[in-house]
Design a protein around this ligand. Structure first.
Ligand code: LLP
Length: 422
């Protein structure tokens, strides 16, 4: 459920009509709904009720400072994957002890930043990383709390570019090697083992891979306890999928995901940590764009819109589907017709949808791409020197720009000319 609904034929974000925002900030822009973000966090919280749990929002999905502030106010921790994300989380008021640090390539600088600023745990992904972390912690006179991210060799049945739990992916330590790595970690003075971590992929629409992976984690918990490790926390990653094509997709609900967690690891007495990103932010945001031209081709009609692949790269990168709907509802009786919906960038890959049935639309009409709140703005670029588009946050009947569109001058002045050219 989200809070983007038609009222009197006009698409609203909560109580704000989208044409009003378009008139104020210009198109294209992202708009996020506070109520939807809060609701999605609560749905996870309720799904894990009765188990000691902590939700670390995977801020890579949407790291706008206002979004982080909403999450922090709900009590969420953060899953970060870079020094930059760590700095954002701290700036949003999240205590270091609520931040988990994931990622295969943490640098010494990033480890130092997190150890000095406070950290809940590092999710360690390789033996070399473990040794470097021990060294860095000892150098600072600190002890680094860790889990080891295990790779269970489970097929998450998602797009190949976002599957992470197979042995040929770069992520984690093969689960078969885990006991040896924990033995090494247990003997290090700069390291404190606190638990186990697993994350098998993103946009999962089937619970069976979770069940398989979590059962393996349960078994490993018991083995590691026998080996003398104090395993008290299980970080089960994120990845629960969302409906992108609402007419025919119904991925499992957080409640059902919670049941799988309860049934596989609930008996172990561990604190359960999860790292959802997409399910919190994805359907909390949309991208609003204007039609520039409607162009009739040979056997194929195009709608050329003012958003492009630099603003939302998911269709070009993952062949992702986003529902595309008019901001002003079509009048009854007007038949939808197939169109290719494309941006202005000079590549054929700059295509949001092919042969998509949409109601008649023409230059100046506003169009919304749904499910664009996660991996939208954060993956955007200024390719073709198109300035980053604004992000807007709605809360009831209020809206505010939470990242402004740079002017051409601001964009250009980020480059500097070497002295020798003067
Ligand atoms: N934890 C870890 C360690 C992750 O690598 C990820 C996502 C998450 C949590 C959050 O997963 P989520 O709940 O959002 O599925 N750009 C891609 C998605 C990349 C996901 C990367 N890792 C897309 O647009 O589909």
């Amino acid at each position: 459920m989200d809070h983007f609904i038609y009222r009197d034929g006009i698409l609203h974000a909560e109580d704000v009509a989208l044409p009003e925002i378009a008139a104020s900030v210009g198109t294209p822009f992202y708009v996020y709904s506070t109520a939807t973000l809060e609701r999605h966090y609560q749905v996870f919280d309720e799904a894990l009720v009765g188990m000691d749990h902590f939700i670390c929002y995977a801020m890579k999905a949407n790291s706008n400072m206002a979004v982080l502030r909403i999450m922090a106010a709900m009590g969420a921790g953060m899953d970060v994957v870079s020094g930059g994300e760590y700095a954002r989380a701290i700036a949003a008021g999240v205590p270091g002890e609520h931040i988990v640090f994931s990622g295969v390539g943490k640098t010494r600088e990033e480890m130092t930043l997190a150890l000095n600023g406070g950290i809940r745990q590092f999710n360690v992904e390789s033996e070399p990383e473990l040794r470097v972390l021990n060294e860095v912690a000892l150098g600072l006179g600190k002890v680094a709390p860790i889990t080891v991210r295990v790779n269970p060799d489970v097929d998450a049945k998602t797009h190949a570019k976002i599957a992470t739990g197979k042995s040929d992916n770069k992520f984690g330590i093969p689960i078969s090697k885990a006991r040896a790595v924990y033995a090494e970690a247990g003997a290090m003075d700069g390291i404190e083992v606190v638990g186990i971590d697993v994350h098998i992929g993103s946009q999962l629409t089937d619970l069976a891979p979770y069940e398989a992976a979590f059962k393996m984690v349960a078994e490993l918990t018991e083995q590691l306890r026998e080996d003398g490790h104090n395993i008290r926390r299980l970080d089960l990653g994120g990845g629960l999928g969302i409906p992108y094509a609402r007419s025919n997709e119904a991925p499992p609900l957080p409640m059902e995901y919670g049941e799988v967690i309860r049934n596989t690891v609930g008996h172990l007495g561990c604190e359960i940590e999860i790292e959802p990103g997409r399910l919190i932010a994805g359907n909390s945001g949309i991208l609003v764009t204007s039609v520039i031209y409607r162009k009739e081709g040979e056997g194929r009609d195009f709608l050329i819109v003012d958003a492009a692949m630099n603003d939302l790269i998911r269709p070009a990168m993952y062949e992702a589907h986003h529902d595309i709907i008019p901001v002003v509802e079509a009048q009854a009786g007007l038949e939808p017709a197939p169109h290719d919906i494309v941006g202005p960038i000079c590549e054929s890959g700059d295509t949001f949808a092919q042969q998509r049935n949409i109601p008649p639309m023409d230059a100046g009409d506003l169009v919304a791409f749904r499910s664009a709140g996660a991996y939208g703005a954060v993956m955007s670029s200024e390719y073709n020197s198109r300035p980053l588009i604004p992000e807007v946050l709605v809360n009831g009947d209020q809206f505010a720009v939470v990242r402004a569109r740079p002017t051409y001058e601001e964009m250009i002045n980020r480059d500097t000319i070497p002295d020798w050219m003067d």
